[in-house]
Ligand binder design. Structure first.
Ligand SMILES: O=C(O)CCC(=O)c1ccccc1C(=O)O
Ligand SMILES: [Mg+2]
Length: 372
């Protein structure tokens, strides 16, 4: 039987310049800083994971530096104490640490990659994925004018993306959606508010019902389920929850309350692949469609998103766009490419993309290795 065998964990603080600044209701990013996690076994294989926490606690409460602290002082020591044989045991091992799900997921996903590589199997196959390719859309940030947004949308449609998501916030919402629909009456379109509204905006948000949107993502507070329930009762457009769902149990509560009709799954937000799969299975049982969200990942996190999206209830196109949507050059070889709105699920071992160590070194600000 193949067991996990971890000898070292290396953390790298990476900074990669984004091709285009990305603006949401909570701010603008010019470069993506993140932690790359590498775990090695005694045969010299490496597994890779990525912490999707941002430098600032603006999407959720986690931060890059906070994740580093959690990994160094708590999660790596737990790994050292308990020799876990299978990566599905890590969620339980880490459960004595409250929250900090992105830190847990960074280490847990690296271990999953290594585990799949030790069996010489693709990660997608190891977790039960059945798709040979996944359908993807693209998330487009807030721009300085409607013209710029329409121009970007046009280019992404020409690229072949299966659906367009635009970010909204108060002052950049109804008029913008109206402008997009006038130019592109039939594209699969959705909006993401990243918690920019409150229940007091219900009448305002009801205007979105006129635009045949696939869904409105996370309109209300990042920690809310109750107000979303009330809003969903007043809207015809399905609500999709992102920030509010931290676990399969949160999803069960949201579904039972009627707080959403669709769920965005991000492995980092829910604490790892084991929980992401559990959430996926629960939603399949409850007939709630899911799709894989994005956090402007490098090729490492992107490859993990592709493997996860190979599961059968990922029935809606996700935010896992091609590397070229974000980077001049990615740190994986080959870069992640998309054709006709599809990304092939790689058939090599683990995440199925190699790490370009030279490019990785170029973007590494600081690294530290820990024995296990
Ligand atoms: O292209 C991507 O990776 C998704 C972009 C995106 O929408 C996003 C980017 C940063 C933080 C939060 C979100 C989000 O899905 O809410
Ligand atoms: Mg979102």
């Amino acid at each position: 039987m193949v067991r996990l065998d971890i000898q070292t964990v290396t953390l790298r603080h990476i900074s990669m310049p984004l091709l285009n600044p990305f603006t949401t209701s909570f701010g603008t990013l010019h470069e993506r800083e993140f932690i790359a996690v590498e775990v090695t076994d005694s045969e010299g294989r490496s597994g890779w994971g990525e912490s999707v926490a941002f430098v600032e606690p603006s999407y959720n409460e986690e931060t890059l530096k906070g994740n580093w602290h959690l990994l160094e002082k708590f999660l790596i020591p737990l790994l050292r104490q308990a020799k876990i044989g299978h990566p599905s045991g890590l969620a339980d091992l880490f459960s004595r640490i409250r929250g900090n799900r992105m830190a847990k997921a960074a280490l847990e996903t690296a271990c999953w990659d290594l585990y799949a590589k030790r069996q010489n199997l693709p990660l997608a196959a190891v977790i039960g994925g059945t798709k040979a390719s996944i359908e993807v859309g693209v998330s487009i940030g807030i721009k300085s004018s409607l013209e710029q947004l329409l121009d970007t949308i046009g280019r992404r449609i020409d690229d072949g993306y299966k659906r367009i998501k635009i970010k909204i916030k108060p002052g950049w919402d109804i008029g913008i959606v109206d402008g997009v629909r006038r130019k592109y009456p039939d594209i699969p379109l959705m909006v993401d508010a990243n918690s920019a509204y409150t229940l007091a905006d219900t009448e305002h948000l009801r205007q979105l019902d006129d635009y045949r949107l696939m869904m409105i993502e996370q309109p209300l507070a990042y920690d809310d389920l109750v107000d979303h329930r009330e809003l969903q009762r007043q809207l015809r457009t399905p609500i999709c929850l992102d920030e509010s769902i931290h676990s399969a149990d949160d999803a069960r509560k949201a579904i039972e309350l009627g707080s959403c009709r669709i769920i965005n799954i991000k492995t980092g937000r829910v604490g790892g692949l084991t929980e992401a799969i559990k959430l996926h299975n629960l939603c399949a049982e409850r007939q709630i469609p899911v799709w894989c969200g994005g956090m402007l990942e490098s090729g490492i996190g992107r490859a993990h998103n592709i493997a996860l999206s190979a599961l059968s209830n990922f029935t809606l196109p996700g935010d896992t766009a091609a590397s070229s949507n974000y980077w001049e050059e990615d740190i994986v070889d080959p870069m992640v490419t998309m054709r006709d709105g599809q990304i092939s699920v790689p058939d090599g071992p683990g995440i199925g993309y190699g790490i370009n160590l030279e490019r990785l070194a170029k973007y590494t600000l600081y690294r530290e290795q820990f024995p296990v």
